[in-house]
Design a binder for this molecule. Structure first.
Ligand code: ATP
Ligand code: MG
Length: 382
């Protein structure tokens, strides 16, 4: 068989790992992003410099491709819709992308499709939120999320008291939801192809770093009951069907203290919570995304070994050209698989790579993961 030309909007680490997966089949991938210095640059067959947010850049790039996909949601969907009209295959569907890009529309979509999610309200700006609190329509505590400006926890404010209300409230159109009493955070990555095959990876459990509000440990298998795992997987399947997405959909879920399982948000692309699949599943999420968007048979999602994934973040206090202290000590630990993204510059909490630690038990993997975190320091020379 001969492969179609596949274009990705975005040239970051997710794009790089898509290129790596594609290289096994000699499948040519082309990427669009502002700098060839980005992680996917050296791995893409072709790299076009331009902005995935710009109509003309996306249109011009897409016209040279057969199939267009993404590694980031914040792309120009008008151009993608035009490409669809011109006969190009675009996965995920830009109509779904428009809903997902806006946390207000996304939550409304769940409500309309009977998908369990925490109760919410939409507000045009900060003042409207303050007025609602004054009038008693809205009560503290709550979580405020920017409708369109959020990424990596940055557009999220948890408002627990009056002081938070004056200090933390975000500007702009927002979605306000109940503060969930969290038992666990789970993610399920599910995939679909055009022939309607659907396949989910095992649920993974996320443990957060409270300071950076970024995932610290990602654990697979997660410590939930079989029944809970089935509910999570069934929900993820329902969501991918509702959006009618081909390729991957990462579904972030909350298990609350009352035992409810709620959908938090989704990402229609490879996701941080699926990095471990490169080293601990028969098919990686990246290969699965390619299978989904190319309408190939989906691969087995079976886990081959327990794993813990840690993001390798830029150390606090260092901004500049990155160096990796302690790398060879980490490579000496059995089961530690290091993936560096090749970002030239580090800054505090920037995702510079990840490590997947495979071991016979989660406990053993966690212990090694802590060693990696204490040993591998991403800093600068000065
Ligand atoms: N309603 C809620 N109640 C309690 N905690 C919440 C709620 N919403 C979000 N959080 C916490 O904030 C984190 C980030 O929220 P969310 O995933 O919606 O934002 P994000 O900016 O898209 O983050 P990311 O890009 O890291 O996924 C969640 O993983 C969770 O820990
Ligand atoms: Mg999230």
């Amino acid at each position: 068989m001969s492969f179609p030309k596949l274009g990705i909007l975005g040239g970051g680490q997710l794009g790089k790992m898509l290129c790596q997966a594609a290289s096994c089949w000699e499948l040519p991938i082309y990427a669009l992003d502002t700098s060839i210095e980005f992680p996917a640059g050296p791995y893409a067959k072709g790299f076009q410099q331009g902005s995935f947010k710009d109509y003309d850049d996306v249109l011009g790039f897409g016209r040279q491709m057969d199939i267009i996909t993404i590694e980031i949601e914040h792309v120009n969907t008008d151009a993608l819709k035009q490409l669809q009209e011109e006969g190009k295959t675009v996965h995920p569907d830009p109509a779904a992308l428009d809903i997902i890009k806006d946390k207000g529309l996304q939550k409304t979509f769940y409500k309309e499709h009977n998908i369990p999610t925490s109760p919410f309200q939409l507000f045009p700006d900060k003042n409207a939120v303050l007025n609602a609190v004054k009038s008693g329509d809205l009560t503290i505590p709550f979580v405020q999320k920017s409708r369109t400006a959020g990424y990596d926890g940055k557009g999220v404010a948890v408002i627990k008291n009056q002081a938070d209300l004056t200090e933390k409230l975000l500007d702009g159109a927002c979605m306000i939801e109940d503060l969930v009493e969290m038992e666990k955070e789970i993610a399920v990555i599910v995939a679909q192809n055009e022939r309607g095959e659907i396949s989910a990876f095992d649920p993974v459990e996320m443990e957060f770093n409270p300071i950076a509000n970024l995932v610290e440990f990602l654990i697979c298998p997660s410590n939930i009951t079989e029944e809970q795992a089935k509910t999570c997987t069934d929900l993820a399947t329902k969501v991918i069907k509702a959006f009618n997405i081909c390729g991957l959909l990462a579904v972030e879920l909350f298990l609350d203290k009352q035992g409810n399982i709620l959908v938090n948000e989704v990402a229609p692309r490879p996701h941080n919570s699926g990095h471990h699949t490169i080293d601990s599943a028969i098919t990686s999420q990246y290969e699965q995304h390619l299978r989904g968007v190319l309408n190939l048979p989906l691969g087995s999602t079976k886990m081959t070994t327990p794993s813990v994934m840690v993001n390798l973040l830029g150390a606090e206090g260092y901004t500049g050209k990155a160096i990796y202290e302690g790398l060879s000590d980490c490579l000496a630990i059995e089961g530690v698989k290091i993936h560096l993204y090749g970002k030239e510059l580090t800054k505090p909490f920037r995702k510079m790579g990840h490590a997947t630690i495979i071991a016979d038990t989660i406990e053993a993997a966690k212990e090694k993961a802590r060693k990696v975190q204490a040993t591998l320091i991403i800093k600068t020379n000065d």
